[in-house]
Design a protein around this ligand. Structure first.
Ligand SMILES: [Zn+2]
Length: 777
């Protein structure tokens, strides 16, 4: 009884109102009723999901059951006919299945399911179909589409981790997303979130973050009976955090107590442990020489086994990592039958290429009936914040997971769903119904859900498909990830890539069809200009600028590597570098403008990863210009490059962890002022440094101190923004007004770095400060 595409435009339009598309839906016309003619009949206990279902329907069902001309009835299967029961109980994921059917004895619809959550899903579907206005009186007339629906999800668990997911349940659950995985440090689970999840039909799965980071947040770094013994043959790395010794009985006991605390929390049904991201081997006599992930797996599985009997309703799931990848086969083999495994890998699942994600080992595991989940990114790249409406990409990913028999998809959207609403809803769509809508059909349903009407709607759909395709090629190239890891593209020795397990697969990747992607991005930009929509335009411009930069980088790096440059080559190089500057300018202006339109809704500052994405190509231009100058190609805009202002070192932290730098800006800022970036670069040392404040002071001759005339609008603070081995560079924005006559300008920077009690052999903490002027957008 699926709608035959293109046969009934009205039925199609009604079906477009429902996200995700129900598996079987037939709409046989509609009837008009006043709100006071429609009644609600509840034939089941008022448990939390049913209360939410009633909340969705009660706004437009104002009649009593006796007086109503049209009844909407909620009932669990127990009271229904054998025919309905057999059909629903025969479906995959039947605990979430529901039907909407004509009532047998009077005008109305029966919403029936095997569970309260199924009833909530039925109510969500009906409420979306009816689209009752928020302000409604008893006399308001509604057109009720009359559906017959049978519906169930493809994946039993559809959800997210990270970003703002814990505070976004009200929005995500609308689209039938039904799980969030949230950090539970020391085994403490957010009780309020569990209650909200119960009402909205969302499972909350608490997890221990990556095991090698536990000692820092759990305050265990001094507990010698628990922490791992570092490699005696190597110096400690910068910002060293010890792992846990997995052979220690004390560790076993501690992990066991945390798992027990999670399992004892009312409402918890699944608990999760994340393996270490980089192998953190322990060199104690018990651990030395043993495979570290084997030790982690044994410790967790044994700890769980010891609490399992007391908590038979709780299941354990393990999260693999890029570190465990070489031994994932051993982890799968060691996991007992009842334990689930989720596939995460900082490179292989945080991947937006056109390659499949579930490799044969995992496919076989899932096909054998075992519980397998996956943690893919659903954005451009985990380390960037970049606009990308991606119907084709999400469709491709979800179809693979469903086809290969997975149980769970947990998408990752940085830094919050507000920047990627389309992709989150697309995940909800295709993890529920992978074979239902095409990318174009979903884009249409999404646009309808935002209230868009023709002719804007069709143009938006064409645009979404164009940016979706062009943006996929850009994401596939890994351009921004590669540049954030090493903005100099290897042209400056010592500044480039360091050993960072998160960037193992961050190399620039060759993409096919670059010319076609450029043409598609250009078409998208034209559609956005026609529509006069700032968000469409920003997204198109950023994708186009990224693809142009990708093409330019190929030609520029080839020319820079040519042994002898003739006049013609120097001219081409100069022109290509000018065009690269223009791309960098587009990204630097359009990305923050787009981000600010979203951030301003919540009053938050721009996410630091967005600023990194917006600024990184400027750094690449710096590095390539420097090489070009040495090859005889002059730089027409030296003020646009980072110029040194000063440095900090351990000496600045002699009196405490906070340090204050006052750096002269003579000759670096024109008297008329302008827009600038202040650059921060980590210099290898034992401690990273947070940036707490960046301001500009004007000091009149003979004046003590000075007046603050400018301050950065960007997010700063301890452990919020800074430089370290993990974040080797940062740039913050600042707008400097005209210099008061006769005054001198200083950069006033507050830092938070090396603690006063740092051990004698680890007393280093260093970085460099620089400034660049930036072009007007
Ligand atoms: Zn050990």
């Amino acid at each position: 009884m699926t709608i035959a595409k293109g046969t009934d435009p009205q039925a199609q339009q009604w079906a477009n109102r429902v996200i995700p598309l129900p598996k079987e839906i037939e709409i046989s016309g509609s009837q008009r009723y006043r709100a006071d003619q429609i009644g609600l009949s509840i034939r089941t206990a008022l448990v939390p999901p049913v209360r939410t279902a009633i909340g969705l329907l009660s706004g437009f069902t104002l009649a009593t059951e006796e007086d109503a001309s049209f009844i909407i009835r909620l009932a669990l299967l127990d009271d229904e006919t054998a025919e309905v029961r057999d059909r629903l109980l025969g479906l995959p994921n039947r605990e979430q299945a529901y039907a909407i059917l004509p009532l047998a004895e009077r005008e109305g619809r029966l919403l029936v399911a095997a569970s309260p959550v199924g009833l909530l899903y039925a109510a969500r579907t009906l409420a979306q179909l009816v689209q009752a206005p928020a302000a409604l009186t008893p006399e308001t007339e509604l057109e009720l589409p009359l559906p017959k629906i049978l519906d169930w999800p493809d994946l039993s668990e559809r959800g997210q981790w990270g970003g703002n997911v814990a505070s976004d349940l009200a929005w995500t659950s609308q689209w039938k997303l039904n799980v969030v995985e949230v950090s539970a440090e020391l085994g403490v689970v957010d009780q309020q979130l569990l209650s909200q999840g119960a009402e909205l039909g969302v499972k909350v799965v608490p997890y221990f973050p990556h095991l090698e980071t536990v000692s820092r947040y759990a305050g265990l770094m001094e507990r010698s009976e628990l922490i791992s013994t570092p490699d005696p043959a190597r110096p400690l790395p910068s910002d060293y955090t010890p792992g846990l010794c997995m052979s220690s009985p004390a560790t076993q006991k501690l992990v066991q107590s945390w798992l027990a605390r999670m399992a004892e929390t009312a409402g918890v049904t699944d608990i999760m442990v994340w393996f270490s991201e980089s192998a953190a081997p322990c060199f104690c006599p018990k651990c030395i020489g043993k495979e570290p992930y084997g030790l982690e797996a044994a410790c967790i599985v044994n700890a769980f086994a010891s609490i399992e009997e007391a908590h038979p309703h709780v299941r354990l799931r393990l999260l693999t990592t890029q570190g465990s990848y070489p031994v994932n086969d051993k982890i799968l083999a060691a996991a007992p039958e009842s334990v689930g495994v989720t596939y995460y890998d900082g490179g292989r699942t945080y991947d937006s290429s056109r390659q499949p994600m579930i490799y044969p080992l995992l496919e076989e595991y899932a096909r054998s009936g075992r519980w397998l989940g996956v943690y893919p990114q659903i954005t451009h790249a985990w380390r960037t914040v970049f606009p990308w409406t991606a119907p084709q990409f999400i469709h491709y990913r979800a179809q693979e997971f469903v086809q290969k028999g997975l149980s769970c998809m947990i998408g990752y959207a940085v830094p919050s769903n507000r920047f990627h609403e389309f992709n989150v809803m697309a995940e909800a769509e295709w993890t529920w119904n992978a074979q239902g809508r095409s990318p174009e059909e979903f884009a249409r349903a999404y646009a309808s859900s935002t209230g868009m009407t023709e002719p804007d709607l069709s143009r938006w759909v064409r645009w979404a498909l164009a940016v979706g395709e062009a943006g996929w090629t850009l994401a596939e190239s890994r351009l921004f990830l590669a540049l954030i890891n090493d903005p100099t593209l290897g042209f400056q020795k010592g500044k480039g890539r360091k050993a960072d397990h998160r960037f193992e697969t961050a190399d620039l990747t060759d993409v096919g069809e670059l010319q076609q992607a450029l043409a598609t991005a250009q078409q998208a930009l034209e559609l956005a200009q026609e529509a006069g929509n700032a968000d469409m335009r920003a997204e198109s411009e950023c994708i186009l600028a990224g693809l142009q930069a990708l093409e330019l980088l190929h030609s520029i790096t080839a020319l820079l590597k040519t042994p002898a440059l003739d006049v013609e080559s120097r001219q081409s190089l100069s022109a290509a570098l000018d065009r690269l500057d223009a791309c960098a300018c587009t990204l630097r202006t359009r990305l923050p403008e787009w981000g600010e339109r979203i951030s301003s809704q919540t009053g938050e500052k721009l996410p630091t990863r967005l600023l990194d994405t917006a600024g990184v190509l400027l750094r690449t231009c710096d590095a390539l210009r420097q090489v070009a100058v040495s090859r005889g190609v002059p730089d027409p805009q030296p003020a646009w490059r980072l110029r040194p202002v000063g440095r900090w070192s351990a000496d600045d932290f002699q009196h405490g962890q906070e340090a204050f730098l006052l750096l002269g800006l003579a000759d670096l800022v024109p008297s008329a002022g302008g827009s600038f970036h202040i650059g921060f670069d980590f210099i290898d040392s034992a401690w990273g440094t947070s940036i707490k404040d960046v301001a500009v002071l004007a000091r009149a001759p003979g004046q003590e101190g000075g007046n603050v005339i400018a301050r950065t609008p960007d997010l700063l603070g301890v452990d919020i923004n800074g430089v370290s081995i993990w974040e080797r560079w940062k740039e913050v924005r600042i707008r400097i007004p005209a210099t008061p006559p006769g005054a001198e300008l200083f950069l006033a920077i507050t830092l938070w770095g090396m603690p006063a009690d740092a051990p004698a052999d680890r007393r280093t903490c260093a970085g460099a400060v620089s400034i660049r002027q930036v072009q007007a957008g």
